[in-house]
Design a protein. Structure first.
Length: 666
């Protein structure tokens, strides 16, 4: 055989092999996927009634119907390779390789829950939420070392876990570590003992164990200081603790396409590099916790950036993309659908260009977002999330919130789930969230702040600067007493990352009045970065709030830092302001607004002058027969420390413009 003939034969065989390998085409491209259950499909022009599909080298027979195959498969490894062959040994391939890589470890998902309580024991059942491969559960039970005292734990014949009730008061955590083929995951059970009572925390618990004591501080890493880094934030933690902050709420720290506040995420599992490394973020969190702070991450799971690799793949490969159904493309008539816009690629979003809604009807999208949420809890032991634009997910797939709650509280029972949604809507809590925003029920504009009588992008039009004084009182009463059935689960604020700076459209006295209201009403009070020094820069600008090298207090020319420090101290040192019931008080004045906060052990009356004029208040309104019957002999103003003694004819006091009294009955 001469050399030319050999070369010709080799070329013929090479061309024949290549042609054969392309005689079947997969419908979808290779991809990272978020479910072990997949359907692989494709078509061929070959006249066959069957072929052999190979998954990681193991072949099984598959029917070919009218030139098409469609096969349900289960991904048994992280890396999964599929080919189609004419023979069961896979020697005669007619396809290229389809590669499906799992984006997560499909471990069993457990939820330890209280099954029964008797006089001496707590009985726990371990509920299986998901077990993709029906693995036999193999978990160990171990109390955490930081518990107030050691626990005696045993497992009975029905796999129930028995915990002997401890004697010492405090919070107790028990770890359930389950090992599987894909790794180990630890789930947690938490309970609190106070005297003779035991309270379990987890998905079924309504009141968060630390939520009612939280004082939030919202921080934008991209412009908190001129260094714009995790390290520069760490340097300010001690001062924030001195201010009285006990919960640090970081706006998104994840990789984005643009600069700014961080809601255009392109990688849910990576940090924005310019902020710093994983180690620097861990150091920031460690510093915050060393100062007694909880740490919340802000995460947007309603949409991704259009520049996310999945969205880019969908644009470039259209229906061949595995991610074709990851995004919202069908008008569904859901709540807020009047705000939908459709771009040139068929993506649906709400108000924001290039922020494209995710499709929560797709199981893979749900798993993708669940794993993203759990990742940061496992990696950094954060204490909660603020879910940006979660009102959109609630409108399109409300039940997802329950799944989110179960899985997150299964690994951290005391995690806080703060929804950017309307606190006055019961479904927020029915579908899994702990707290939400002080917004009205208005759906014409999603985020209508209850203290804002008209939404305006250019100015802050609130109940405090309404031109009609009588209307101010009416609007404020509606906002405080008529807008919300869930006051203790309401996030209260005068500033946040979307609002005008309050002093930019109000006087400093009005700003103090409004903040006093925030910190004396039930709910969760929040400050936005720079509010504590009277910063007037709109949150959408990139100008840094603080000089990295100077203390915060040295950058305060307004006196607000000391005002907020005292206001926070007033709140945290008076139980009635934290957990006392709220009742209205009639002042018979268009200028004076008042309300009761009361527990069994403390009775407070908050009184404030809404006007720019001096007002009179007759103390007889509070020194009435009821007060005498309750055996109160005097009241003390907690703001000024002034004491008023009950008498037959109480004094008439003068209240300065925007002045606030907090009367404690003694």
């Amino acid at each position: 055989m001469n050399i030319n003939f050999k070369l010709a034969l080799l070329f013929f065989l090479f061309v024949s092999f290549r042609t054969t390998a392309q005689e079947f085409s997969w419908d979808k491209n290779s991809a990272e996927v978020w479910s072990v259950n997949q359907v692989v499909s494709g078509e061929t022009e070959l006249k066959l009634d069957h072929a052999w599909i190979g998954q990681n080298g193991i072949f099984s027979k598959v029917k070919i119907i009218e030139g098409k195959i469609s096969q349900e498969v289960k991904l048994k490894e992280i890396q999964n390779h599929f080919v189609l062959a004419l023979d069961p040994e896979g020697k005669k391939l007619i396809s290229d390789t389809l590669k499906l890589e799992l984006g997560f470890d499909p471990v069993p998902i457990l939820l330890p829950e209280l099954a029964q309580e008797d006089g001496a024991n707590l009985w726990i059942e371990v509920k299986t939420l998901e077990n993709p491969f029906a693995e036999r559960l193999s978990y160990t039970v171990q109390p955490e070392g930081a518990n107030p005292e050691g626990l005696i734990i045993s497992i009975d014949s029905q796999d129930r876990v028995r915990i002997e009730k401890p004697k010492a008061d405090g919070d107790y955590f028990i770890d359930f570590a389950n090992a599987s083929k894909f790794g180990e995951q630890t789930f947690k059970f938490m309970f609190r003992k106070v005297r003779d009572s035991f309270e379990v925390f987890g998905p079924s618990n309504e009141q968060h164990p630390w939520m009612q004591h939280a004082v939030l501080y919202q921080l934008t890493p991209s412009n908190f200081t001129d260094k714009r880094s995790f390290a520069s934030i760490s340097k300010k933690i001690a001062e924030l603790a001195e201010l009285g902050i006990n919960t640090l709420y970081l706006q998104p720290v994840f990789k984005t396409h643009r600069k700014g506040q961080g809601y255009d995420i392109v990688d849910y599992f990576s940090l924005k590099e310019e902020f710093g490394s994983d180690e620097e973020l861990a150091a920031l969190i460690k510093e915050a916790k060393a100062h007694g702070m909880k740490v919340l991450f802000d995460l947007v799971i309603n949409h991704s950036s259009i520049h996310h690799p999945y969205a880019v793949d969908r644009i470039e490969n259209k229906n061949r993309s595995h991610y074709d159904d990851y995004y919202h493309t069908k008008h569904d008539g859901a709540k807020y659908s009047s705000h939908y816009t459709v771009d040139e690629f068929g993506f649906i979003n709400y108000f924001w260009n290039d922020l494209v809604n995710l499709n929560y009807d797709n199981e893979e999208v749900q798993r993708w977002m669940l794993e993203a949420c759990k990742h940061w809890v496992n990696a950094f032991d954060i204490d909660g999330y603020r879910f940006d634009a979660i009102w959109g997910v609630m409108a399109r797939k409300p039940e997802f919130g329950l799944r989110l709650r179960n899985e997150l509280k299964g690994i951290k029972p005391d995690i806080l789930l703060l929804a950017e949604a309307k606190a006055m809507e019961p479904e927020v809590y029915e579908f899994g969230y702990d707290a939400a925003y002080d917004w009205t029920s208005d759906t014409l504009w999603v985020s209508q702040w209850s203290w804002e009588y008209e939404y305006n992008t250019k100015e802050s039009m609130t109940v405090f600067n309404h031109p009609n004084k009588a209307k101010r009182m009416e609007l404020l009463e509606e906002a405080v007493f008529g807008n919300n059935e869930f006051p203790f689960r309401t996030l209260r604020f005068t500033e946040n990352n979307d609002l005008h700076r309050f002093p930019s459209h109000h006087s400093s006295e009005q700003a103090k009045l409004a903040s006093s209201l925030v910190f004396t009403l039930p709910g969760i009070p929040m400050l936005y970065q720079g509010q504590e020094v009277g910063n007037l820069t709109h949150p959408y600008t990139s100008k840094p709030v603080y000089d990295d090298e100077q203390p915060i207090s040295d950058q305060d020319d307004s006196g607000m830092f000391e005002f907020y420090r005292k206001l926070i101290q007033l709140r945290v040192s008076n139980p009635a302001l934290i957990k006392g019931k709220l009742d209205s008080f009639e002042t018979s004045s268009d200028e004076l607004f008042a309300f009761w906060r009361e527990t069994e052990d403390q009775k407070l009356l908050v009184l404030m002058n809404l006007s720019s004029s001096e007002a009179s208040f007759n103390m007889n309104l509070i020194f009435n027969e009821q007060m005498q019957a309750d055996h109160f002999s005097s009241v003390k103003d907690l703001v000024s420390s002034r004491i008023f003694v009950a008498r037959d004819k109480g004094p008439e006091i003068q209240i300065e413009p925007y002045q606030v009294f907090i009367f404690e009955f003694q």
